[in-house]
Design a protein around this ligand. Structure first.
Ligand SMILES: [Zn+2]
Ligand SMILES: [Zn+2]
Ligand SMILES: [Zn+2]
Ligand SMILES: [Zn+2]
Ligand SMILES: [Zn+2]
Length: 266
């Protein structure tokens, strides 16, 4: 045993001119000349330090095997298989809070426990609760677990709600009627529909500028519920010609927040 820490050794008691008693009290009696070697190297009652560096009292050589098997500082391997070794007393902390193999609950609430190092991957790529875009391209955000049911019936584009034949005189002159139009568009957006607002020039004194202003006025009201373009969107003009049969159109799409709210409805 290398780490010998000899106790304050009582002077080997002289027994006879030749024999002395072992200072560790093992009962051995040896000639004086052999006693030092016995006490330093062979006596089973000699005391040594725990090789694991624990703070325990000195350990006798005969008790050392049992002590090492129970010592709080004995090295153990991580039971989760991460490959690390640690003192026995630190194992629980390692397993519960430090080990890269420890399992933690999924933060998206799917109920699974996954290894901490694999959690991001689970939440981004495997979790049934993650939000994904419809694979058919309709623009809907979907809870992954509901995506198959939605995609089965999805046409690949968001449903369209068309609000046509809008009239400047109504939008600018009848507050209640305007509110009703805004509400109709808003309800459509809230169910995930695109909304197409259109006004025929012929029905609006053929005034392109008035029609554009009207559609943008409605857009401003709908802004919190549709994709905010950050500026007044371009109004599309279609048709026209000498007879003034043209149409002014503006399409708006549901906001990201609304689409996320719909993620749980297939
Ligand atoms: Zn002895
Ligand atoms: Zn020990
Ligand atoms: Zn570990
Ligand atoms: Zn999950
Ligand atoms: Zn879809």
């Amino acid at each position: 045993m290398a780490l010998l820490r000899r106790r304050r050794r009582p002077a080997a008691a002289p027994l006879s001119p030749q024999l002395v008693r072992c200072g560790w009290d093992c009962g051995a009696r040896l000639p004086m000349l052999q006693m030092s070697e016995h006490e330093d190297q062979h006596c089973v009652k000699r005391e040594v330090l725990c090789p694991f560096g624990c703070e325990s009292d000195r350990v006798t050589v005969e008790a050392l095997t049992a002590h090492k098997a129970a010592c709080r500082f004995r090295p153990v391997r991580c039971p989760l298989g991460c490959g690390e070794s640690m003192a026995f007393h630190a194992k629980e902390l390692h397993v519960r809070q430090l080990c890269p193999r420890r399992k933690v609950p999924c933060q998206l609430g799917c109920g699974k426990h996954v290894e901490i190092e694999a959690r991001d991957k689970h939440e981004a790529g495997a979790c049934a609760n993650r939000i994904i875009a419809c694979a058919r391209g309709c623009g809907r955000s979907l809870r992954a677990s509901l995506a198959p049911a939605h995609e089965e019936k999805c046409s690949g584009s968001a449903p369209l709600c068309s609000i046509s034949s809008l009239k400047c005189a109504v939008v600018f002159g009848d507050e209640a009627a305007k509110e009703a139009l805004v509400l109709q568009a808003r309800l459509a957006l809230e169910t995930g529909s695109r909304v197409l607002l259109s006004a025929e020039l012929r029905e609006n004194n053929r005034s392109v500028d008035d029609c554009k202003l009207m559609l943008r006025t409605l857009y401003i009201e709908l802004r919190p519920f549709c994709v905010d373009q950050g500026f007044l969107p371009e109004v599309l003009l279609e048709g026209g010609g000498p007879r003034g049969g043209g149409v002014a159109m503006l399409e708006v799409k549901p906001s990201e927040a609304l689409m996320l709210k719909l993620a749980d409805t297939a």
